[in-house]
Design a protein around this ligand. Structure first.
Ligand code: UFG
Length: 344
């Protein structure tokens, strides 16, 4: 048995896929989640996939004493993967203090508890949002950090700085910041996937809900951008490939292979796809026709961003492997499964 890993937000979308990959690699996983945006039966579904039931504690990362008790209950935790956070860009504009409290205090609690319980490593879920609209594409880790477009984006930037400052102050912590591009898709078993609350804000859940008839029409937000077909470009990465990057990053920390105590990696495919290209790829890979219309631009959208993932490819030995077609089919299968279960 490999080491114990604590996964905060482990019943969430990216968290649950990462728990599966950690268990598949032999790690013992303890999930902490307050279930504010996920369901307890995710733990059952993780067990169905891997055959191993992860430990689960329903605790809020804001609760310092509660988190302290988790570390005491499970001694010897070697690493934390910190997913737990509020993540809706629009909501963060309406409720900035909620976002600053949730996202900053959770991390601060963990960074205070790590030395107390001799936990050496942490992986932090960061985002390509820290680059804003990059001056050069594809974007590398050296690109300047741009002023955040939303309180949510700002929490990612500030949390990166909190980690750097804490390590610089001499705290015995090793960290890897993974800057995700746009994670999409679901596990090939269709047992876990993305479960958005209410009307989805992100493209793929809105698209698959439209395809299945829950929504009438997908709006393409803008076709007058300075891109080949006028719609925005993103780097869509399969969530299972993204999950695997966390396992490799955790191995790297625990095997003392880091070049610096804080490292940062872009986790993307290196390929930009426009919204219209994505819609057509969905239609051709699933055979399902999509009802969509061109609508006005969405406030705050970046025109185009995709990753230069070569540092992660070369240094971590990690690469996004799954085709966009397979990824989109997995998202569709997940939507079909949700209907079968009567969830959505
Ligand atoms: N889009 C549509 N119609 C929709 C939803 C989205 O056309 O109904 C477009 C958006 O305009 C954008 C693309 O699809 O061009 C992707 O949009 P998402 O909302 O899925 O993803 P974003 O790139 O906007 O968001 C991502 C992450 C956030 C992060 C944000 C920063 O999901 O966590 O980037 O820009 F904060």
């Amino acid at each position: 048995m490999k080491e114990r890993i604590l996964v905060t937000g482990g019943t969430g979308y990216i968290g649950s896929h990462t728990v599966v990959e950690l268990q598949n690699s032999g790690y013992e996983v303890i999930i902490v989640d307050n279930l504010s945006n996920s369901r307890a039966d995710v733990v059952d579904n993780i067990e169905k996939i891997t055959g191993i039931r992860p430990e689960f504690e329903q605790v809020d990362c804001l609760d310092y004493a509660g988190m302290d008790a988790v570390f005491t209950k499970y001694p010897g935790i070697k690493g934390i993967i910190h997913f737990a956070a509020s993540k809706a860009v629009g909501e963060s504009v309406q409720k900035p203090l909620l976002y600053y409290r949730n996202n900053l205090v959770s991390l601060i609690n963990l960074l205070e508890l790590m030395p107390k319980h001799n936990v050496p490593g942490i992986i932090f879920s960061s985002s390509c949002t820290v680059y804003g609209q990059p001056d050069k594409l594809p974007v590398t880790e050296e690109a300047p950090i741009k002023k955040a477009e939303s309180p949510y984006g700002n929490t990612k930037q500030i949390n990166e700085e909190i980690i750097r400052d804490t390590v610089a102050s001499g705290s015995p912590i090793h960290a890897i910041l993974l800057r995700y591009f746009n994670p999409i898709g679901a596990h090939p078993t269709a047992l876990i996937g993305e479960l958005p609350n209410g009307v989805p804000q992100n493209l793929i859940p809105y698209l698959t809900q439209t395809a299945i008839g829950i929504r009438e029409k997908l709006s393409v937000f803008g076709d007058d951008y300075n891109t080949p077909d006028g719609s925005c470009i993103r780097d869509y990465i399969y969530v299972v490939d993204l999950a695997k990057a966390h396992v490799i990053a955790m191995n790297r920390i625990l095997e003392n292979k880091q070049k610096d105590k804080v490292e940062v990696f872009n986790i993307g495919t290196g390929r930009g796809l426009s919204v219209l290209e994505l819609i057509h790829a969905f239609e051709s890979s699933t055979g399902v026709k999509l009802n969509y219309q061109i609508a006005g631009r969405r406030a705050g959208d970046i025109e185009q961003v995709w990753a230069d993932p070569s540092y992660a490819n070369n240094e971590l030995g990690w690469k996004a492997e799954t085709s966009i077609e397979e990824t989109l089919r997995s998202a569709w299968n997940w939507q079909l499964k949700l209907r079968e279960k009567g969830v959505q």
